[in-house]
Design a protein around this ligand. Structure first.
Ligand code: TPP
Ligand code: DXP
Ligand code: MG
Length: 634
């Protein structure tokens, strides 16, 4: 019989057997995990460098705790792959990030080892503090609780809210700070500077060797009381060497320690596990560890496209197709910054995803990366705006949810002309439900003063941004993670609350909001021999074009509204509200969009098709609607 390619991983039904592995076996398992990760990236895009960096930490954690009972939260969750591989999901791993397969994030439906389905950064410490509190309340205080949080996620405001609470509650809790000096981009901000100082503390080198040596002498098994005392001593000593920020908040600081030394990690984890009260263990890792190109360029290798390793060199397949909306947004932002030095752009740690790197280089005084702090980003923009600047807040739709109250209070209530660029507004594909940006039409159109727009094609994006920057009110522009079709005609100017008829037709109307225009036009083409369908590019969800609503409904034809957003409170809902306000007969109107359920991960086009938003599915709905409206004619 052939030896399995990854014998150690293949032997693990769950993580308990890891605890019996020898040091050599653990090292071999680490190699196997990295091999699995490299093989995966040969097939598809996935989170890579972050996962390579936590292999040893993951193994050490599972050796020192039993997370079927103890609690483990990986912050964000994009670095969960090694954890999945050692918790009984090795054989399913090739399915990861494909529809019906494993999620690329923690998923309680997959395993008892995953507690929360997450993908947004910063909440691990809060949920861990809550888990500990809940366990104590229900008499389960013998469970340990661990939160692992990266240095990029760590400066999120909510983390400090959690530390504030943890330091007061003083319940036992281990926070592992995984410091790899990177967010997706090089990390930013003063906390990053503080972590740098902790690492470059003259004591650090000494600590690494001296304490490392001392810890070597502490037996893994032996007299528990003696060992505990020795461990406490080291804990105190490590704590005294730095981390006063945490110590002052009643959080014991231990570290920094080498996060790629499994033996050392195990010893420290065993030590902090027994310490009383909240403890922060500062672990230093290398993002991309174990694959040289990834360690050398962790930004590219955060979520690289599929690549083949050819003699140590990653070779990606060339991609063709039209540039993405994000590229047009970046170009339009660059033009706006060049035209007026009062215009700024604010990103919340997504400089790379928003393709803003050239802007960061070219306009250092107008570019602001505030870190993974979306709420702050919006309030900060409000402040800039009040002072007379013209900020553009460039944030993914799903992450802007974090800023709901700042959009309400700091921006809309003050009626400040902040411009929101909502990238990834729509289905984001393999990232799945944590990342689909399918709620923003509802949450943006809710507040007075806010103008809500979406471009149907490439040229419109820049036009909408220029339009927004001339308004005296806040404006938002949403666009998906997709290539942008070009417009072959001359594009009419953007006018507040005015839609555009892109294709005239007699038998019925599709009113598309945003990039769904492409599928609406394709559906109309498919129907060409059967039905003459009008296609409208709505442009605005707020203020909606009331005249267009009236015109499309009143001639007795069918109307389909189309959006890449939940139908709850979205564009179709705005259309119906307008129709009802005008006392129109809405029986011939159908709202096409995403259902009121969480859409799983998968290829964007497959998901669109399964949710009735492909050109074929839209065409079929038109046929049915046309038959129904014919039948309704008296
Ligand atoms: C609220 C929120 N904003 C932005 C992101 C996008 N994001 C995912 S991972 C990441 C970097 C996280 O850095 P760190 O926590 O240090 O983890 P590392 O990748 O370095 O392991 C960012 C910005 C997110 N997931 N959630
Ligand atoms: C974990 C996370 O939130 C990001 O890494 C996200 O997956 C990036 O998405 P894009 O690949 O669309 O930029
Ligand atoms: Mg990091």
């Amino acid at each position: 019989m052939n030896e399995p390619k990854h014998p150690n991983l293949a032997s693990l039904e769950d993580a308990t057997a890891l605890r019996e592995f020898s040091q050599d076996q653990l090292k071999a398992t680490a190699l196997e995990i990295r091999d699995v990760l490299c093989n995966l990236l040969a097939t598809r895009t996935a989170h890579f460098a972050s996962n390579l960096g936590v292999v040893e930490l993951c193994l050490a954690l599972h050796c020192e705790f039993d997370f079927r009972k103890d609690r483990l939260i990986w912050d964000t969750g994009h670095q969960i792959y090694p954890h999945k591989l050692v918790t009984g999901r090795y054989s399913q791993f090739p399915t990861i990030r494909t529809q019906g397969g494993l999620m690329g994030y923690p998923n309680p439906h997959e395993s008892e080892y995953d507690l929360f389905m997450t993908g947004h950064a910063g909440c691990s410490v809060s949920t861990a503090v809550g888990l500990r509190s809940g366990d104590l309340m229900v008499g389960q205080g013998d469970r340990h609780t661990v939160a692992v949080i990266g240095d990029g996620a760590f400066p999120s405001g909510i983390v400090f809210e959690a530390l504030n609470n943890a330091g007061e509650l003083k319940d036992d809790l281990t926070i592992v700070l995984n410091d790899n000096k990177m967010s997706i981009c090089p990390r930013v901000g003063a906390v990053a500077g503080y972590l740098d100082r902790l690492r470059s503390n003259p004591y650090y080198t000494g600590l690494k060797t001296e304490v490392g040596k001392l810890l070597e002498q502490i037996p893994m098994f032996g007299d528990p009381a003696e060992r505990f005392l020795a461990q406490m001593k080291e804990g105190v000593k490590a704590g005294l060497l730095g981390g006063m920020l945490f110590e002052e908040l009643n959080i014991r600081y231990v570290g920094p320690i080498d996060g790629h030394d499994i033996t050392l990690l195990r010893k420290y984890l065993a030590m902090v596990r027994e310490m009383k009260g909240p403890v922060l263990l500062h672990v230093v890792t290398e993002k991309g560890h174990g694959y040289k190109p990834a360690a050398a360029d962790p930004v590219f290798f955060h979520t690289p496209p599929a690549f083949e390793d050819q003699d140590g060199k990653p070779v990606t397949r060339s991609s063709d197709g039209l540039p993405a909306f994000t590229v047009h947004a970046r170009d339009a932002i660059g033009e706006a910054l060049a035209a007026d030095e009062k215009v700024s752009v604010i990103t919340a740690a997504m400089c790379q995803g928003n393709k803003l790197e050239p802007i960061r280089e070219k306009f250092p005084n107008q570019f602001f990366d505030v870190g993974i702090c979306e709420s702050h980003a919006v309030a900060f923009a409000a402040g800039q705006c009040k002072a007379g600047a013209r900020p553009i807040v460039d944030i993914y739709s799903t992450f802007l949810q974090r800023s709901y109250d700042q959009i309400f209070q700091e921006v809309c209530l003050q009626d400040l002309p902040v411009v929101f660029m909502l990238d990834r507004a729509g289905l984001t594909g393999p990232d799945g439900p944590t990342h689909h940006g399918v709620y923003d039409i509802g949450y943006m159109r809710l507040f007075p003063n806010l103008v809500v727009m979406a471009p149907g094609y490439a040229e419109e994006l820049g036009m909408m941004l220029r339009f927004a920057l001339k308004q005296d009110h806040p404006c938002s522009i949403r666009y998906p993670k997709a290539s942008a079709m070009k417009c072959s005609r001359s594009v009419p100017a953007i006018e507040l609350g005015k839609s555009e008829v892109v294709r005239p037709g007699e038998d019925g109307t599709i009113v598309a909001f945003g990039a769904m225009l492409e599928n609406a036009l394709a559906a109309a083409e498919l129907l060409e021999q059967e039905l003459d369908v009008e296609v409208v590019n709505a442009r605005f969800a707020k203020p909606i074009d009331a005249a267009m609503v009236r015109r499309s409904i009143t001639n007795g034809r069918f109307v389909l509204t189309l959006e890449e957003n939940t139908v709850v409170g979205g564009f179709g809902a705005a259309f119906l509200e307008s129709a009802v306000a005008q006392r129109l007969d809405t029986r011939g109107v159908q709202v096409l969009g995403l259902p009121d359920t969480f859409v799983e991960h998968g290829d964007r086009n497959d998901l669109l098709q399964q949710n009735g938003l492909s050109p074929k599915a839209i065409a079929q709905r038109c046929r049915e609607a046309a038959l129904a409206s014919e039948a309704a004619v008296p």
